[in-house]
Design a protein around this ligand. Structure first.
Ligand SMILES: Cc1ncc(C[n+]2csc(CCOP(=O)(O)OP(=O)(O)O)c2C)c(N)n1
Ligand code: SF4
Length: 350
Protein backbone atom coordinates (compact mmCIF):
# COMPACT_ATOMS: atom_id res chain seq x y z
CA UNK A 1 0.00 0.00 0.00
CA UNK A 2 1.31 3.45 -0.89
CA UNK A 3 0.95 6.31 1.59
CA UNK A 4 1.80 8.95 -1.01
CA UNK A 5 -0.92 11.24 -2.28
CA UNK A 6 -0.90 12.08 -5.98
CA UNK A 7 0.56 15.55 -6.62
CA UNK A 8 -1.75 16.24 -9.56
CA UNK A 9 -4.13 19.15 -9.05
CA UNK A 10 -7.06 19.85 -11.31
CA UNK A 11 -6.41 23.32 -12.80
CA UNK A 12 -9.97 24.40 -12.06
CA UNK A 13 -9.93 23.56 -8.33
CA UNK A 14 -11.45 26.50 -6.41
CA UNK A 15 -8.91 28.83 -4.81
CA UNK A 16 -9.20 30.90 -1.64
CA UNK A 17 -8.10 34.51 -1.10
CA UNK A 18 -4.46 33.43 -0.80
CA UNK A 19 -4.68 31.59 -4.11
CA UNK A 20 -4.45 28.20 -2.38
CA UNK A 21 -6.62 25.19 -3.16
CA UNK A 22 -7.94 22.72 -0.59
CA UNK A 23 -4.91 20.55 -1.40
CA UNK A 24 -2.56 23.06 0.25
CA UNK A 25 -4.41 22.42 3.52
CA UNK A 26 -4.39 18.63 3.38
CA UNK A 27 -1.80 16.39 5.03
CA UNK A 28 -0.45 12.90 4.45
CA UNK A 29 -2.72 10.01 3.55
CA UNK A 30 -4.47 8.79 6.70
CA UNK A 31 -3.48 5.41 8.15
CA UNK A 32 -6.53 5.33 10.45
CA UNK A 33 -9.20 2.63 9.98
CA UNK A 34 -11.54 3.31 7.05
CA UNK A 35 -14.65 5.03 8.45
CA UNK A 36 -12.97 6.35 11.63
CA UNK A 37 -14.74 9.54 12.76
CA UNK A 38 -11.37 11.22 13.35
CA UNK A 39 -10.75 11.41 9.57
CA UNK A 40 -14.02 13.35 9.11
CA UNK A 41 -12.91 15.86 11.76
CA UNK A 42 -9.56 16.27 9.96
CA UNK A 43 -11.48 16.96 6.74
CA UNK A 44 -13.60 19.58 8.55
CA UNK A 45 -10.44 21.29 9.86
CA UNK A 46 -9.00 21.36 6.32
CA UNK A 47 -12.24 22.86 4.98
CA UNK A 48 -12.47 25.50 7.73
CA UNK A 49 -8.85 26.66 7.31
CA UNK A 50 -9.20 26.74 3.52
CA UNK A 51 -12.41 28.78 3.68
CA UNK A 52 -10.91 31.24 6.19
CA UNK A 53 -7.77 31.60 4.02
CA UNK A 54 -5.53 30.92 6.99
CA UNK A 55 -1.84 30.99 6.13
CA UNK A 56 -0.66 27.42 6.76
CA UNK A 57 2.75 28.51 8.10
CA UNK A 58 0.93 30.52 10.79
CA UNK A 59 -0.64 27.39 12.31
CA UNK A 60 0.81 25.15 15.01
CA UNK A 61 -0.82 21.73 15.51
CA UNK A 62 -0.05 20.13 18.85
CA UNK A 63 -1.31 16.76 20.06
CA UNK A 64 -0.82 14.04 22.67
CA UNK A 65 -0.90 10.30 21.98
CA UNK A 66 -3.70 8.21 20.45
CA UNK A 67 -5.34 7.66 17.06
CA UNK A 68 -6.85 11.14 17.48
CA UNK A 69 -3.48 12.63 18.30
CA UNK A 70 -2.06 11.14 15.10
CA UNK A 71 -4.47 13.17 12.95
CA UNK A 72 -2.38 16.38 12.73
CA UNK A 73 -0.25 14.39 10.28
CA UNK A 74 -3.33 14.06 8.08
CA UNK A 75 -4.29 17.74 7.90
CA UNK A 76 -2.45 21.04 7.31
CA UNK A 77 0.70 19.42 5.97
CA UNK A 78 2.29 22.85 5.43
CA UNK A 79 1.89 23.88 9.09
CA UNK A 80 4.03 23.34 12.17
CA UNK A 81 3.35 20.18 14.18
CA UNK A 82 4.39 18.74 17.54
CA UNK A 83 3.23 15.30 18.66
CA UNK A 84 3.88 15.45 22.40
CA UNK A 85 3.53 12.96 25.28
CA UNK A 86 0.22 11.30 26.27
CA UNK A 87 -1.97 13.95 27.98
CA UNK A 88 0.69 16.65 27.87
CA UNK A 89 -0.46 18.65 24.86
CA UNK A 90 -1.79 21.60 26.96
CA UNK A 91 1.56 22.42 28.57
CA UNK A 92 3.38 22.26 25.23
CA UNK A 93 0.69 24.47 23.68
CA UNK A 94 0.96 26.91 26.59
CA UNK A 95 4.74 27.20 26.20
CA UNK A 96 4.52 27.68 22.44
CA UNK A 97 1.72 30.23 22.74
CA UNK A 98 3.57 32.21 25.41
CA UNK A 99 6.63 32.41 23.15
CA UNK A 100 4.70 33.39 20.03
CA UNK A 101 1.17 34.72 20.31
CA UNK A 102 0.96 35.46 16.59
CA UNK A 103 0.25 31.85 15.60
CA UNK A 104 -3.02 29.92 15.42
CA UNK A 105 -2.88 27.04 17.91
CA UNK A 106 -4.76 23.81 17.25
CA UNK A 107 -4.66 21.29 20.09
CA UNK A 108 -5.86 17.82 19.12
CA UNK A 109 -6.62 15.21 21.74
CA UNK A 110 -8.66 12.10 22.48
CA UNK A 111 -11.02 11.36 25.36
CA UNK A 112 -8.36 9.09 26.87
CA UNK A 113 -5.70 11.72 26.34
CA UNK A 114 -7.85 14.52 27.85
CA UNK A 115 -10.20 12.89 30.36
CA UNK A 116 -7.74 10.52 32.07
CA UNK A 117 -3.97 10.95 31.90
CA UNK A 118 -4.24 14.55 30.66
CA UNK A 119 -7.06 15.75 32.93
CA UNK A 120 -4.68 17.65 35.22
CA UNK A 121 -3.33 19.56 32.25
CA UNK A 122 -6.71 20.15 30.60
CA UNK A 123 -8.30 21.82 33.63
CA UNK A 124 -5.47 24.34 33.97
CA UNK A 125 -5.32 25.29 30.31
CA UNK A 126 -9.07 25.96 30.52
CA UNK A 127 -8.88 28.19 33.61
CA UNK A 128 -6.00 30.15 32.10
CA UNK A 129 -8.07 30.85 28.96
CA UNK A 130 -5.15 30.13 26.63
CA UNK A 131 -5.90 31.40 23.14
CA UNK A 132 -6.22 28.13 21.24
CA UNK A 133 -8.67 25.74 19.62
CA UNK A 134 -8.79 22.52 21.65
CA UNK A 135 -10.52 19.61 19.88
CA UNK A 136 -11.34 16.35 21.65
CA UNK A 137 -12.09 13.56 19.19
CA UNK A 138 -14.35 11.70 21.60
CA UNK A 139 -15.03 8.01 20.86
CA UNK A 140 -15.54 6.82 24.44
CA UNK A 141 -12.61 4.42 24.21
CA UNK A 142 -8.84 4.12 23.92
CA UNK A 143 -8.77 3.35 20.18
CA UNK A 144 -5.01 3.11 19.77
CA UNK A 145 -4.62 0.54 22.58
CA UNK A 146 -7.48 -1.66 21.34
CA UNK A 147 -10.68 -0.12 22.66
CA UNK A 148 -10.71 -0.11 26.48
CA UNK A 149 -13.50 2.06 27.96
CA UNK A 150 -12.40 5.65 28.56
CA UNK A 151 -13.67 8.07 31.22
CA UNK A 152 -16.20 9.51 28.75
CA UNK A 153 -17.85 6.12 28.10
CA UNK A 154 -21.44 6.43 29.29
CA UNK A 155 -22.65 4.41 32.24
CA UNK A 156 -24.44 1.35 30.84
CA UNK A 157 -22.74 1.54 27.45
CA UNK A 158 -21.85 -1.89 26.05
CA UNK A 159 -18.36 -2.72 24.78
CA UNK A 160 -17.68 -4.81 21.68
CA UNK A 161 -16.86 -7.76 23.97
CA UNK A 162 -20.27 -7.35 25.68
CA UNK A 163 -19.28 -5.88 29.05
CA UNK A 164 -21.34 -3.01 30.50
CA UNK A 165 -19.56 0.12 31.73
CA UNK A 166 -20.47 0.55 35.44
CA UNK A 167 -18.97 4.02 35.90
CA UNK A 168 -20.42 7.49 35.37
CA UNK A 169 -19.07 9.37 32.37
CA UNK A 170 -17.14 12.61 32.56
CA UNK A 171 -19.07 15.18 30.52
CA UNK A 172 -16.27 17.25 28.99
CA UNK A 173 -18.48 20.08 27.70
CA UNK A 174 -20.08 20.64 31.14
CA UNK A 175 -16.65 20.44 32.76
CA UNK A 176 -15.25 23.03 30.37
CA UNK A 177 -18.11 25.45 31.08
CA UNK A 178 -17.77 24.91 34.83
CA UNK A 179 -14.04 25.65 34.73
CA UNK A 180 -14.53 28.87 32.80
CA UNK A 181 -13.86 28.00 29.16
CA UNK A 182 -14.86 31.03 27.11
CA UNK A 183 -16.09 29.06 24.06
CA UNK A 184 -17.62 25.60 24.36
CA UNK A 185 -19.14 23.64 21.51
CA UNK A 186 -20.18 20.07 20.90
CA UNK A 187 -20.62 18.31 17.60
CA UNK A 188 -20.54 15.01 15.73
CA UNK A 189 -17.88 13.95 13.23
CA UNK A 190 -20.67 12.92 10.84
CA UNK A 191 -22.17 16.43 10.75
CA UNK A 192 -19.79 18.45 8.59
CA UNK A 193 -22.42 21.16 8.01
CA UNK A 194 -22.37 21.95 11.71
CA UNK A 195 -18.72 21.17 12.41
CA UNK A 196 -17.08 23.40 9.78
CA UNK A 197 -18.73 26.69 10.95
CA UNK A 198 -18.05 25.73 14.57
CA UNK A 199 -14.33 25.30 13.82
CA UNK A 200 -14.31 28.60 11.93
CA UNK A 201 -15.95 30.38 14.88
CA UNK A 202 -13.50 28.72 17.30
CA UNK A 203 -10.58 29.94 15.17
CA UNK A 204 -11.86 33.51 15.45
CA UNK A 205 -12.44 33.31 19.19
CA UNK A 206 -9.75 35.00 21.28
CA UNK A 207 -9.42 32.66 24.23
CA UNK A 208 -9.85 28.98 24.97
CA UNK A 209 -12.20 27.41 22.41
CA UNK A 210 -13.19 23.90 23.40
CA UNK A 211 -14.79 21.52 20.90
CA UNK A 212 -15.97 18.12 22.11
CA UNK A 213 -16.67 16.15 18.93
CA UNK A 214 -18.27 12.70 19.16
CA UNK A 215 -16.20 10.62 16.75
CA UNK A 216 -17.10 6.93 16.52
CA UNK A 217 -14.33 4.31 16.64
CA UNK A 218 -15.53 1.91 13.93
CA UNK A 219 -13.16 -0.84 15.01
CA UNK A 220 -13.72 -1.02 18.78
CA UNK A 221 -16.81 1.00 19.75
CA UNK A 222 -19.39 0.97 16.96
CA UNK A 223 -21.37 -2.04 18.20
CA UNK A 224 -25.06 -2.17 19.19
CA UNK A 225 -25.35 -1.03 22.83
CA UNK A 226 -22.49 1.47 22.54
CA UNK A 227 -23.58 5.07 23.12
CA UNK A 228 -20.75 6.37 20.90
CA UNK A 229 -21.66 4.36 17.79
CA UNK A 230 -22.74 6.08 14.55
CA UNK A 231 -26.29 4.71 14.86
CA UNK A 232 -26.73 5.72 18.51
CA UNK A 233 -25.35 9.23 18.04
CA UNK A 234 -27.49 9.86 14.93
CA UNK A 235 -30.60 8.80 16.85
CA UNK A 236 -29.86 10.89 19.97
CA UNK A 237 -28.44 14.10 18.61
CA UNK A 238 -30.22 17.37 19.47
CA UNK A 239 -28.95 20.64 18.01
CA UNK A 240 -29.21 23.89 20.02
CA UNK A 241 -29.39 25.84 16.77
CA UNK A 242 -28.08 25.88 13.25
CA UNK A 243 -25.02 28.00 12.78
CA UNK A 244 -23.42 30.30 10.23
CA UNK A 245 -20.03 31.92 10.61
CA UNK A 246 -19.89 35.35 8.99
CA UNK A 247 -16.26 36.44 8.51
CA UNK A 248 -16.76 39.79 6.85
CA UNK A 249 -20.10 41.20 7.87
CA UNK A 250 -21.94 41.54 4.56
CA UNK A 251 -25.69 41.90 4.87
CA UNK A 252 -26.93 38.78 6.64
CA UNK A 253 -29.97 37.26 5.00
CA UNK A 254 -31.63 35.19 7.67
CA UNK A 255 -34.05 32.47 6.67
CA UNK A 256 -35.62 32.27 10.09
CA UNK A 257 -38.29 34.15 12.02
CA UNK A 258 -37.40 37.17 14.15
CA UNK A 259 -36.76 36.10 17.72
CA UNK A 260 -35.55 32.72 16.55
CA UNK A 261 -32.07 33.85 15.58
CA UNK A 262 -29.27 35.68 17.32
CA UNK A 263 -25.81 36.99 16.46
CA UNK A 264 -22.70 36.91 18.61
CA UNK A 265 -19.93 39.39 17.75
CA UNK A 266 -16.40 38.05 18.10
CA UNK A 267 -13.36 40.10 19.23
CA UNK A 268 -12.30 40.86 15.66
CA UNK A 269 -15.75 41.99 14.49
CA UNK A 270 -16.69 38.73 12.78
CA UNK A 271 -20.09 37.29 13.66
CA UNK A 272 -21.64 34.00 14.59
CA UNK A 273 -25.22 33.78 13.43
CA UNK A 274 -27.29 31.23 15.36
CA UNK A 275 -30.57 30.25 13.75
CA UNK A 276 -33.52 28.24 15.08
CA UNK A 277 -32.52 28.62 18.71
CA UNK A 278 -33.62 25.93 21.12
CA UNK A 279 -36.14 27.21 23.67
CA UNK A 280 -34.82 28.40 27.05
CA UNK A 281 -31.19 28.55 26.00
CA UNK A 282 -28.92 31.54 25.65
CA UNK A 283 -25.35 30.88 24.38
CA UNK A 284 -24.00 33.87 26.32
CA UNK A 285 -25.52 32.74 29.64
CA UNK A 286 -23.41 30.14 31.47
CA UNK A 287 -26.22 28.90 33.73
CA UNK A 288 -28.53 28.49 30.75
CA UNK A 289 -25.87 26.44 28.90
CA UNK A 290 -25.25 24.19 31.93
CA UNK A 291 -29.00 23.66 32.39
CA UNK A 292 -29.49 22.81 28.72
CA UNK A 293 -26.67 20.24 28.88
CA UNK A 294 -28.03 18.64 32.05
CA UNK A 295 -31.55 18.48 30.66
CA UNK A 296 -30.32 16.86 27.44
CA UNK A 297 -28.31 14.37 29.46
CA UNK A 298 -31.30 13.37 31.58
CA UNK A 299 -33.12 12.53 28.32
CA UNK A 300 -30.08 10.62 26.92
CA UNK A 301 -29.71 13.27 24.24
CA UNK A 302 -26.44 14.70 22.96
CA UNK A 303 -26.74 18.47 22.73
CA UNK A 304 -24.71 19.86 19.82
CA UNK A 305 -23.83 23.29 18.48
CA UNK A 306 -22.29 26.32 20.14
CA UNK A 307 -23.19 25.81 23.80
CA UNK A 308 -21.52 28.79 25.43
CA UNK A 309 -19.48 31.80 24.36
CA UNK A 310 -18.03 34.73 26.26
CA UNK A 311 -16.08 37.31 24.28
CA UNK A 312 -15.41 39.59 27.26
CA UNK A 313 -12.83 37.58 29.21
CA UNK A 314 -9.12 38.19 28.82
CA UNK A 315 -7.03 35.45 27.27
CA UNK A 316 -3.83 34.44 29.06
CA UNK A 317 -1.71 37.11 27.35
CA UNK A 318 -4.26 39.76 28.35
CA UNK A 319 -4.33 38.55 31.95
CA UNK A 320 -0.53 38.53 32.21
CA UNK A 321 -0.23 41.78 30.25
CA UNK A 322 2.54 40.33 28.10
CA UNK A 323 4.51 42.32 25.54
CA UNK A 324 2.81 42.97 22.19
CA UNK A 325 5.80 41.57 20.30
CA UNK A 326 6.09 37.78 20.40
CA UNK A 327 9.06 36.63 22.53
CA UNK A 328 10.75 35.03 19.55
CA UNK A 329 10.83 38.40 17.76
CA UNK A 330 12.30 40.43 20.64
CA UNK A 331 15.92 41.42 20.10
CA UNK A 332 18.75 41.38 22.61
CA UNK A 333 18.47 45.13 23.21
CA UNK A 334 14.73 44.69 24.04
CA UNK A 335 15.45 41.92 26.53
CA UNK A 336 18.61 43.31 28.11
CA UNK A 337 18.02 46.93 29.21
CA UNK A 338 21.75 47.49 29.99
CA UNK A 339 23.88 48.18 33.09
CA UNK A 340 22.33 51.54 33.93
CA UNK A 341 18.73 50.24 34.06
CA UNK A 342 19.85 47.17 36.04
CA UNK A 343 21.65 49.38 38.57
CA UNK A 344 18.50 51.49 38.95
CA UNK A 345 16.38 48.38 39.58
CA UNK A 346 18.86 47.01 42.12
CA UNK A 347 19.08 50.41 43.89
CA UNK A 348 15.28 50.34 44.15
CA UNK A 349 15.55 47.28 46.41
CA UNK A 350 18.17 48.77 48.75
C1 LIG B 1 2.32 7.61 29.45
C2 LIG B 1 1.53 6.69 28.56
N1 LIG B 1 0.61 5.87 29.10
C3 LIG B 1 -0.11 5.04 28.33
C4 LIG B 1 0.11 5.01 26.98
C5 LIG B 1 -0.68 4.05 26.12
N2 LIG B 1 -1.69 4.72 25.33
C6 LIG B 1 -1.44 5.14 24.09
S1 LIG B 1 -2.74 5.88 23.37
C7 LIG B 1 -3.70 5.62 24.73
C8 LIG B 1 -5.15 6.05 24.81
C9 LIG B 1 -5.66 6.63 23.56
O1 LIG B 1 -7.01 6.94 23.71
P1 LIG B 1 -7.59 8.32 23.24
O2 LIG B 1 -6.81 9.46 23.78
O3 LIG B 1 -9.04 8.32 23.58
O4 LIG B 1 -7.37 8.32 21.68
P2 LIG B 1 -7.99 7.41 20.52
O5 LIG B 1 -6.92 6.43 20.19
O6 LIG B 1 -9.24 6.75 21.03
O7 LIG B 1 -8.26 8.38 19.43
C10 LIG B 1 -2.98 4.97 25.74
C11 LIG B 1 -3.54 4.59 27.05
C12 LIG B 1 1.08 5.88 26.44
N3 LIG B 1 1.34 5.95 25.13
N4 LIG B 1 1.78 6.71 27.26
S1 SF4 C 1 -8.90 2.04 16.21
FE1 SF4 C 1 -10.74 3.28 16.30
S2 SF4 C 1 -10.03 5.36 16.79
FE2 SF4 C 1 -8.28 4.18 16.03
S3 SF4 C 1 -8.18 4.59 13.83
FE3 SF4 C 1 -9.37 2.70 14.12
S4 SF4 C 1 -11.49 3.39 14.19
FE4 SF4 C 1 -10.21 5.21 14.56
Amino acid sequence: MSYLKPLFRHPKLPKNKLGYTLKEYEGSLSTLCAGCGHDSISAAIVQACFELSIEPHKVAKISGIGCSSKTPTYFLGNSHGFNSVHGRMPSVATGANMANKDMVYFGVSGDGDSASIGMGQLVHVIRRNLNMVYIVMNNGCYGLTKGQDSATADQGSKSKAGSINPFQAIDLASLAIELGASFVAQSFSGDKLQLVPLIKAALHHKGFAFLNVISPCVTFNNNPGSTKSYDYVREHIEATSSLDFVPEMPEIKTKYDEGKSTRVAMHDGTLIQLNKLANDWDPEDRISAVNALQQARSKNEILTGLLYVNTEWNDLHGTLNTHQTPLNKLKEEDLCPGDEALKEINDGFR
